[in-house]
Design a protein around this ligand. Structure first.
Ligand code: ADP
Ligand code: MG
Length: 481
């Protein structure tokens, strides 16, 4: 690969952007696009002084990860861009919290402390009955493992952070790990996978998984029965504390206060805390600021809706041990249509398998359609100009309203023309109707669009593939009414 010989002329400090983009071009060629997106896109080049390039990474975890996994390829990129004397320095984004933290450690019991954390009575609310010596039951579901947590763009950062924590609980910069995302996207699974991995790797670590509701109930009960010190002391001796759905602590000041003391203590002694939430820390209304700021101390990682391939991999993994087989086209049909939650995806699979086992029905597309319609209301089979343009806009990641607008931007024009072409191909609507529904254009524009798409398909194989993919997606999708 040939690069512009930037180092033929004298470098100035203004060249930092260009130097970093040369590095990035090299790195992008050497690693897979997903890793590139996760680990290199968030990096900002900051400055260049002599031959030292400074880049900013979002947190210490990032830095450690880059050093461990990508140092070779970064070094190569740097040598290409800066020559053999090139060096790299990292700048880690630091919140003001470090200052807060330093001052707080002089004042171990800040604010309105009403809990005697000096007393060391320990009562275990998770005693396994029947054992002579009380043993902490981690409350984990053994099936939630990393092995069956499928990796995808949607969860890469959270999963990697989780794995790193499982290797070295508490011994990382990412404490707490704050996992957030919409319902059904795998927060509980991932948080428990970390716990399960830790109990297999470390005999001596006490891990506890607790939902926020359960924790709240325990606190309410302990306050009533005057045993709050014991409860707090119990949690303060846990090595890895996993609290699920922390958003439920919102607007519960007393519970928050008690959780604050547990959190502080564990954090100070370097024990690991893992939290999940349906939203990022900054959006936790009704949560005390001091807690929110602590939630940001470590690393926040979000889980987003999986793409088609990841959904398909998850679906296959979920049914791999089931004696009932689902045809590939059925699996694809489900993944095209379930857009948001993996829990919903599982719901559809389970219902289909049950229908097949109990009612002896063959699992085919018509049956699957019926089942999916129970999960997603207001879906129809009918392909319309609107449903086509919606899917095309989604595919090209352009706003739908742009297809209706007058803009002549190349990417929008292509998406608009493609919508017209597919509408002509897949609906029996007139050219006039199609034009009307795509920004009030006349039938000659639609005709012209269809010809342009056809021409492009004849000359550009990649474009042709895209058209076929979209056509399949539209055929395989139920459409909102
Ligand atoms: P949340 O806690 O975010 O609401 P869950 O952790 O309960 O979601 O996940 C919902 C279902 O989806 C679970 O059965 C879980 O096993 C499954 N799931 C989520 N993400 C994945 C994944 N990446 N691989 C495999 N299964 C997943
Ligand atoms: Mg959950």
């Amino acid at each position: 690969m040939y690069y512009e010989p930037i180092n033929c002329r004298a470098l100035t400090s203004k060249d930092y952007l260009e130097i970093w983009s040369i590095c990035l071009r090299h790195i992008a060629e050497k690693i897979n696009p997903r890793s590139f997106k996760t680990w290199f896109e968030p990096i900002k080049p900051i400055k260049l002084e002599s031959k030292v390039l400074t880049i900013q990474v979002p947190n210490k975890f990032f830095y450690e990860w880059l050093e461990e996994h990508y140092i070779g390829v970064i070094g190569e990129g740097l040598r290409i861009a800066l020559g053999p004397a090139g060096r790299l320095e990292y700048q880690i984004v630091v919140d003001d919290y470090k200052k807060v933290k330093a001052s707080e450690s002089f004042n171990r019991v800040p604010d309105d402390n009403s809990i005697d954390i000096a007393s060391k009575k320990i009562k275990n609310p998770f005693v396994i009955p029947g054992l002579r010596r009380p043993k902490v039951d981690p409350q984990l579901k053994p099936s939630y493992t990393f092995e069956n947590f499928i990796e995808g763009d949607c969860n890469r950062l959270a999963r990697s952070a989780g794995l790193a924590i499982a290797k070295k609980p508490g011994g990382n910069a990412f404490n707490p790990l704050f996992i957030f995302g919409d319902v059904g996207l795998g927060k509980t699974h991932l948080a428990q996978a970390i716990g399960n991995e830790i109990i297999t790797m470390f005999d001596d670590k006490n891990v506890i998984y607790v939902s926020s509701e359960k924790l709240t109930n325990q606190i309410v009960h302990a306050l009533k029965s005057n045993s709050i010190d014991e409860l707090v002391n119990f949690y303060q001796m846990i090595d890895v504390l996993i609290v699920d759905d922390i958003q439920f602590l919102a607007n519960r000041p007393k519970t928050q206060e008690i959780f604050f003391h547990i959190f502080n203590h564990l954090h100070q002694i370097g024990n690991q805390i893992i939290l999940t939430s349906d939203r990022p820390p900054k959006d936790l209304n009704g949560m005390q600021d001091r807690l929110i700021s602590r939630f940001k101390w470590g690393i926040s990682a979000d889980l987003v809706a999986p793409d088609f391939e990841t959904k398909l991999a998850i679906a296959k993994a979920k049914i791999k041990d089931d004696p009932i087989r689902l045809p590939e086209d059925v699996l694809e049909f489900i993944c095209y249509n379930i857009k948001t939650s993996i829990r919903e995806l599982e719901g559809v699979l389970i219902t289909l398998i049950a229908q097949s086992a109990l009612n002896n029905k063959e699992i085919d597309i018509p049956l699957t359609k019926e089942v999916i319609k129970h999960f997603i209301a207001q879906m129809s089979d009918e392909v319309t100009v609107e449903s086509i343009s919606k899917l095309v806009a989604e595919h090209f990641e352009v706003p739908l309203e742009k297809l209706h607008s007058k803009t002549r931007k190349r990417s929008i024009v292509i998406a608009r023309q493609l919508s017209m072409y597919l509408a002509k191909l897949m609906t029996n609507k007139s050219l006039k109707h199609i034009g009307n529904n795509l920004g009030g254009r006349d039938h000659t524009t639609v005709l012209y669009a269809c010809r342009s798409v056809q021409n492009l398909m004849d000359t550009d194989q990649l474009f042709k593939d895209t058209v076929f993919t979209l056509e399949k997606k539209i055929r395989m999708s139920l459409h909102s009414v």
